[in-house]
Design a protein around this ligand. Structure first.
Ligand SMILES: Cc1cc2nc3c(=O)[nH]c(=O)nc-3n(C[C@H](O)[C@H](O)[C@H](O)COP(=O)(O)OP(=O)(O)OC[C@H]3O[C@@H](n4cnc5c(N)ncnc54)[C@H](O)[C@@H]3O)c2cc1C
Ligand code: FES
Length: 270
């Protein structure tokens, strides 16, 4: 049996600057690392430490794997300094993915903010392979400013896909910004999806997740049909160290994808 603490090597093939704080790292692992959207991996930045990240790339792409990383502190700051040709370590994938087969026949309501759009990109690319099984995809994405939106070039194409519509908002606009201005809950409207036929998926900063969940409940989406990507500090990634507890759950093993029904009794789960 392979050692779950032993990272495998991955070469950085390309670094894409998404925003002043966010970069996408295109990695080529020394062996295939199949994952499902929603699962995470522990990424070792040599000499600095390990961080959990959720891949942002198409899970069907077996040759390279992408992570979209916001610079927030020591390890992510060091990762932002890495260049093509340098190596990182990868452990995983860990945790529960989005249950894609349960999404068939549904209206898919995807709500994302800031770097939270990264894991949602992997989900979206996976859903695009199954569009014929879905009613529709409604994307509602936001960031602090137009400059803070990752995947800007790609996003225009997402909204043009069959059965897919996209609304973007930013907290502060700019002269060239033609989208909406305001928080993401402001672009979630009754009628976007049919509440009894919808699944909603939310990923973003804790405060956004909290208010987006409240809005989804107000729109009539059921507790079981709201999927949240929860982020807790992690260490082992495999359910051994108890660093990542969320009520009686372990975020690394029972999550990071939870339904609102699973976490709603936890005081301030954000
Ligand atoms: C399952 C999961 C998936 C994630 N996916 C992504 C992703 O795709 N892209 C991305 O940019 N970030 C992601 N994160 C958050 C990322 O792991 C943290 O930003 C990173 O670990 C911070 O490390 P640091 O040393 O740079 O920051 P630090 O200096 O340690 O801290 C800076 C900030 O990050 C928070 N933080 C520190 N360690 C963690 C941790 N292990 N988990 C969560 N928050 C932490 C701290 O509370 C603090 O607010 C994910 C976190 C989890 C748990
Ligand atoms: S990270 Fe160790 S138990 Fe979850």
């Amino acid at each position: 049996m392979s050692n779950p603490y032993q990272p495998i090597k991955a070469e950085i093939k390309k670094v894409i600057v998404e925003t002043p704080q966010i970069k996408t790292f295109v990695l080529e692992p020394e062996k295939g690392l199949p994952f499902l959207s929603g699962q995470f991996m522990q990424v070792t930045v040599p000499g600095v430490g390990e961080c959990p990240f959720t891949p942002s790339s198409d899970p069907k792409n077996s040759e390279t794997i992408e992570f979209t990383v916001m610079k927030t502190g020591q390890a992510t700051g060091a990762m932002h300094e890495l260049k093509p040709g340098e190596m990182v370590g990868l452990r995983g994938p860990f945790g529960r993915p989005y249950p894609l087969p349960d999404f068939h026949g549904k209206d898919i309501y995807i709500i994302g903010g800031g770097v939270g759009i990264a894991p949602l990109r992997a989900l979206l690319l996976a859903l695009f392979h199954e569009l014929d099984q879905l009613n529709k995809i409604e994307l509602r994405l936001g960031a602090r400013s137009p400059d803070d939106l990752p995947f800007k070039k790609e996003m225009a194409d997402w909204g043009k896909r069959e059965k897919t519509s996209l609304v973007l908002t930013v907290d502060r606009g700019s002269e060239s910004w033609t989208g909406k201005v305001g928080v993401v809950t402001g672009i979630m409207q009754p009628g976007d999806v049919k509440p009894d036929l919808a699944v909603a998926i939310v990923c973003g900063p804790p405060v956004m997740m909290k208010f987006a969940t409240k809005k989804l409940l107000d729109l009539g989406i059921g507790d079981k049909n709201i999927y949240l990507s929860m982020e807790k500090n992690m260490s082992c990634g495999i359910g051994k160290c108890f660093h990542c507890n969320l009520g009686s759950h372990l975020c690394c093993k029972d999550g990071p994808v939870f339904t609102w029904e699973q976490v709603k009794e936890i005081p301030d789960p954000w």
